[in-house]
Design a protein around this ligand. Structure first.
Ligand code: ATP
Length: 361
């Protein structure tokens, strides 16, 4: 249902997180007046810096406030090289977010824009990889099972209910993408010729595809399907797979894309979404004003499109598409950030996107 205003929880985080969040908010603010969308922001501290000071990554009050109110979450990046959690492990912000909000699908779009170098530059790449993140092989990591020196095994569990909601996300993403001219096709990458769990997954995929017959669907085995990602990426629009295959295909698209500075991402459930760049907190360039804000800005555009779909609000969809078109113009014509070979700073790129937004209609 369309809302007069959407509540957005903002987690700037660490390192360049707050810098790229500022850029994304500046672009969103401009888009709001242009497209008639109202976003209300509340900012919360979820950071390695807070953990260093208090032993907690976020306060309970902040977590409660978010749970009650937010329609979506914008997340910068979390983590500092000198801050580790218990047992010296990484703080694992993304894993924590997924668990807290019950997010089960990770979205990684890749689009080779004009003006951006990449290994498949002339192949017209424009696809979205969806990875299931709540079950599969990784979910068995916590099994009470001691491997011996001679034998070790892992367990892959896949459930019907989870497949159904995963494919619901895939088909609705295909419809969203179709609105901006992609073929609107969903492809399952699987290994049902070797894994029982994938036999069930394929069966559920066929059932969900039959209920969504307005959207084209295809299937490939993960091995040949991975090859097509680099040899013939035009086959793909939305690609969906279970956790471990999705982990690998997400990295393939990271390699195909033009670099971390322009790679957006999201983690979603059927009702909540956390939108964040694919990059980390990049402490090596924090505070220098040189971070490329485009990955964060494109993540914000994904958020608007997702809100548009969730709430059947065309204004949000158009605002998200408008920001993407503005980014496309900036990548083709400049200003160009340092990681893409230019000399523009974070603010220059942000100003460039806002100026382009006025021209893309
Ligand atoms: P994490 O472990 O938190 O995922 P990481 O240390 O593996 O992070 P990043 O923080 O993403 O990786 O940084 C990897 C490299 O990419 C660094 O050299 C960083 O400066 C660069 N980088 C990351 N994001 C950007 C950006 N938005 N603009 C420019 N350079 C970036």
């Amino acid at each position: 249902m369309t809302k007069p205003a959407y509540e957005i929880a903002v987690f700037p985080g660490d390192g360049i997180g707050p810098e790229v969040i500022d850029s994304a908010l500046a672009v969103l603010n401009d888009a709001q007046s242009r497209y008639g969308v109202t976003l209300n922001y509340t900012t919360h501290d979820f950071s390695a810096d807070l953990y260093r000071r208090t032993g907690k990554k976020i306060t309970e009050a902040d977590m409660d406030a978010i749970d009650d109110k937010s329609d979506a979450v914008l997340f910068g990046a979390m983590g500092l090289p000198d801050v580790r959690g218990p047992e010296g492990l990484e703080l694992g912000a993304q894993v924590e977010m997924r668990a807290h909000y019950g997010l089960f699908a990770s979205l990684r779009p890749v689009r080779l824009f004009d003006g951006v170098e990449g290994p498949l530059k002339d192949r017209n790449v424009d696809m979205l990889v969806i990875r299931e993140t709540s079950e599969g092989m990784f979910a068995g990591l916590h099994d009470k099972h001691e491997p011996s020196d001679e034998t070790a095994s892992d367990r892959m569990t896949i459930t019907r209910a989870n497949c159904e909601r995963l494919f619901d996300v895939a088909f609705s993403q295909a419809r969203m993408r179709r609105k901006r001219g992609t073929p609107g096709r969903v492809t399952l990458l699987h290994k049902s010729n070797a894994l029982r769990s994938n036999v069930l997954m394929e069966r559920v995929f066929d059932e969900v595809a039959a209920k969504n017959s307005d959207v084209e669907s295809t299937k490939f085995y993960i091995d040949v399907g991975s090859m097509y990602m680099v040899t013939d990426p035009k086959r793909y629009d939305v690609v969906v797979s279970e956790n471990i295959f999705g982990d690998i295909t997400s990295e393939i698209v990271a390699g195909i894309g033009g670099g971390l500075g322009i790679a957006p991402s999201a983690d979603v459930s059927l009702t909540q979404g956390v939108f964040q760049p694919s990059h980390g907190s990049a402490p090596d360039i924090a505070g220098q004003g040189t971070a490329n804000p485009i990955a964060m800005i494109l993540s914000a555009a994904m958020m608007l499109e997702w809100l548009g779909d969730q709430h059947e609000d065309e204004r949000c969809t158009l605002a998200g598409q408008g920001i993407q078109a503005a980014v496309e113009k900036v990548l083709a014509e400049g200003p160009r950030a340092k990681d893409l070979g230019g000399d523009a700073g974070t603010q220059d790129v942000t100003d460039g996107v806002i100026a382009a937004l006025a021209t893309v209609g």
